[in-house]
Design a protein around this ligand. Sequence first.
Ligand code: P6P
Length: 341
Amino acid sequence: MQRRFMTLPRHIQEGEKLHPEATGELSAILNQMGLAAKVISLEVNKAGLVDIIGFTGDKNVHGEQVKKLDMFAHDIIIRALDHTGHFCVMASEEEEDIIHIPEKHKIGKYVILFDPLDGSSNIDANVSIGTIFSVYKRITPDDGQPGTLEDCLQPGVKQVAAGYIVYGSSTIFVYTAGHGVHGFTLDPAFGEFLLSHENIESPPVGNIYSLNEGNYKYWHPGLKKYIKHLQAWDNSKKPYKARYIGSMVADIHRNLFYGGIFMYPGDKRNPNGKLRLMYECNPMAFIVESAGGKATDGNGKRILEYQPNDLHQRVPIYIGSKEDVELVEKFISEEEVVEKD
Ligand code: P6P
């Protein structure tokens, strides 16, 4: 089939036609995130050059303040969104409190929460990193007044769109607005995201598992048994492959295509694990579930059904191919935790 010259804006616009009630605002939001992604991608891809092309520690050759890359990404996203009139409030991994829309800008009906650059500690090793975002409609009255923390603390099932961008060997923008999951690859020659993966579907089962095995000692005994099961050589199956980049977006993106499971479990030291519910786990869970996968806390509770009580709360996450998530939950449920003194 001839590959249609389908850009991100055109695909979003065509998706909007499926909803007569659509006002075009959500489309505009997704397009603005695409713009922010292009700017961040440009900076991420030359970050390794910062020391080489003579940018000094604090001031670059243009006399601009050289920011940490994740703060740079945070600022770019806010500047791409805060003037659009689509939002009543925003929240970022980089800000403790909610982010108000400047008074000079119109207040809108949407809410966005984002992790501007997840895995940024990997950038010096040129490892793939990512941006993650999650979009809701406000729940306080749409009366032109600023949004509140209540508008931000909604369960993941209320998301109207979610997406991530992986800055890797190429820059890929993946989003869902509840009707399929679609991937776009940035063509740097003319700065457009072109449709490269339409209607992404999670393989029902994979042969990859991704988690930090350095925490083995503190795991639930059922998880220990599960991992040993995956590693076993027996007649029923070949061992799974261990693949762990240490960058959530990259690990989940790979498993979405190849099949497999990513886990950041709670353990004896950190019962809620490490990853954040609102701007990491919820958007990734919305995307993976929309592709036919599964995302839970390891005890049968969907990530998307967590009622948040804090902007930065953490949650254990088991996410990926449906049968893989169901199997690890079976191992966990069958193994009692024996509290040792
Ligand atoms: P650990 C990156 O710092 C991150 O937030 C996620 O992207 C990644 O999956 C996780 O932490 C890695 O954590 O403890 O394995 O280094």
